[in-house]
Design a protein around this ligand. Structure first.
Ligand SMILES: Cc1cc2nc3c(=O)[nH]c(=O)nc-3n(C[C@H](O)[C@H](O)[C@H](O)COP(=O)(O)O)c2cc1C
Length: 132
């Protein structure tokens, strides 16, 4: 249990390809120096991001992300130790929310407060299985 992982959700503030590219380039650049991997699911109503790596670096990075004005309503959904990374080869994999992802109505109705945390992790595992 030596990998620390954290998932949060937020609302994009200003959402277009240029902003997204800027975020991803920041993420990949810094994460590669901090031994952090993960994925960012993006849709105009939601960011859902998984950060995994050493606890100190993950927390520090989340603190920086929390202060970023490119999104709002940041809410930590889970943090825990685990045995291995879901995205070992990706400093930050970006993924458009797929058809099977929760829809806007579900997100609006507070789906994340109703489901077990493992369901959130399963979403990221599903993405990793599709790319590996
Ligand atoms: C949705 C979102 C996801 C982000 N993901 C990361 C990330 O994974 N790693 C990271 O270092 N910065 C990420 N950032 C950018 C940080 O908020 C910040 O701009 C960047 O780390 C540079 O911070 P600094 O200039 O204070 O060093 C993200 C920002 C947003 C809005």
């Amino acid at each position: 249990m030596n990998i620390y992982r954290l998932v949060y959700k937020s609302k994009p503030f200003g959402y277009d390809q240029a902003i997204l590219n800027g975020i991803l380039s920041d993420a990949i650049n810094y994460n590669s120096k901090n031994n952090i991997t993960g994925a960012l699911i993006c849709r105009d109503d939601i960011y859902l991001q998984l950060l995994e790596g050493p606890e100190y670096e993950v927390n520090l990075t989340f603190e920086k992300i929390s202060n970023d004005d490119r999104h709002l309503e940041i809410e930590l959904l889970l943090e825990e130790y685990c045995n291995k990374r879901i995205f070992p080869g990706w400093n930050m994999k970006d993924d458009p929310a797929r058809t099977w992802f929760w829809n806007k109505e579900e997100i609006n109705s507070g789906i994340f407060n109703k489901i077990p945390k493992i369901k959130i992790i399963e979403v990221f595992e599903k993405i990793a299985n599709q790319i590996n």
